[in-house]
Design a protein around this ligand. Structure first.
Ligand SMILES: Nc1ncnc2c1ncn2[C@@H]1O[C@H](COP(=O)(O)OP(=O)(O)OP(=O)(O)O)[C@@H](O)[C@H]1O
Ligand code: SF4
Ligand SMILES: [Mg+2]
Length: 320
């Protein structure tokens, strides 16, 4: 097993209190697996992926454990995490392609990154050429500033940079969101190719656009208000979603390429609850069409059939 996340709690410390953005989340990611992570805006997707690489204030580690290839990650120790960053675990942060330093040429960015990891540029130069070719970029991009590249080219450059040291785990946060549909597909395909070629061992693909997960994810994890509410293989979760929230997500899925965040969910009123002192019990209960008394207690994420975990009393109840 490549990654094991157990009872992970990541909060934000604010003047008004603690925002419980990732609250007791547990799941595994297998070797050579692409795990899709989806859920409405604010459910904790970026908090999860950032916390595994760049955990710093106001983000706060509140508990839990993340193991990568059997080794426990020292998430709360920013300096100790240097040993892992880029080498074993790498992140393409949300908005990365628009956040590249505008005053640095791509080549210089790569050189600086390698220097910070103690890797010599000359050692990796041929491999870099091969990777640029793989994502259809010419070596000339090395001499270019980010603004000289199109969005798709920038995103592909970011993918090459993030995976240059063959990390075991790549966290890719909304890397297709700002791209047009055909570029989205090309970028997603390249990521699958990276996995197939073993350039990364496992991948978490974070997205608003659940329809893109049909094409690339082996399994899908649905987040709701800081909680993991359902995990299953992609086909299973799209054909037989069990959590009422996943059901609504899938049934209100618009045409391919349209982000569901841009539509109100059909048939359910309201919004996800605030994560500053959230109410007890199931966090979906205010919007849930099938809630009942038991929902005032928090439902555990439980295995209801092979490879299918759900956090809902209606499903857990069926299995005793
Ligand atoms: N710096 C911060 N300080 C306080 N709260 C924060 C901070 N950053 C995020 N949050 C809160 O943490 C929760 C999770 O946010 P996060 O960005 O992880 O969600 P997300 O699922 O990535 O959303 P999106 O789909 O919009 O990218 C939200 O309630 C958000 O308001
Ligand atoms: S636990 Fe209750 S409120 Fe939550 S999703 Fe299930 S039925 Fe709905
Ligand atoms: Mg996000």
């Amino acid at each position: 097993m490549a990654v094991s996340v157990k009872n992970l709690k990541i909060y934000y410390q604010t003047l008004r209190g603690q925002v419980q953005a990732v609250d007791n989340v547990s799941f595994d990611i297998k070797d050579h697996e692409i795990l899709g992570m989806a859920g409405e805006s604010g459910c904790g997707k970026s908090t999860f992926s950032n916390s595994l690489v760049l955990l710093k204030p106001p983000m706060k580690f509140m508990g839990g454990r993340v193991e990568l290839d059997g080794e426990s990650l020292p998430l709360a120790d920013f300096r100790k995490m240097n040993e892992f960053r880029y080498k074993k675990i790498s992140l393409i942060p949300q908005y990365a392609m628009n956040a590249l330093n505008p005053t640095r040429k791509i080549g210089r960015m790569i050189a600086e990154l390698l220097a910070s990891r103690g890797v010599s540029f000359s050692k990796i130069s041929r491999e870099l050429d091969r990777r640029l070719k793989l994502v259809n970029l010419n070596r000339s991009v090395m001499k270019m500033y980010p603004f000289e590249l199109s969005g798709g080219m920038r995103q592909r450059a970011v993918m090459v940079i993030a995976t240059l040291l063959d990390p075991s785990l790549l966290l890719a946060d909304e890397i297709t969101s700002a791209l047009d549909v055909s570029t989205q597909k090309a970028v997603a395909k390249m990521l699958v190719q990276f996995r197939d070629m073993d350039l990364v061992k496992s991948l978490v693909f974070v997205t608003h656009d659940i329809s893109i997960l049909y094409q690339i994810a082996d399994r899908v994890l649905i987040m709701y208000a800081g909680k993991a509410v359902e995990i299953a293989p992609t086909k299973k979760i799209t054909k037989e979603p069990l959590h009422p929230y996943t059901r609504l997500l899938i049934s209100s899925l618009p045409d391919v390429g349209v982000k569901y965040s841009e539509r109100r969910l059909a048939g359910i009123k309201g919004r996800p609850p605030g994560l500053l002192n959230p109410f007890p019990g199931c966090r979906f209960k205010e919007r849930c069409p099938v809630r009942f008394e038991k929902c005032d207690k928090e439902p555990p994420l439980a295995e209801v059939s092979e490879n299918h975990q759900v956090a809902c009393w209606r499903e857990v109840g069926n299995n005793g």
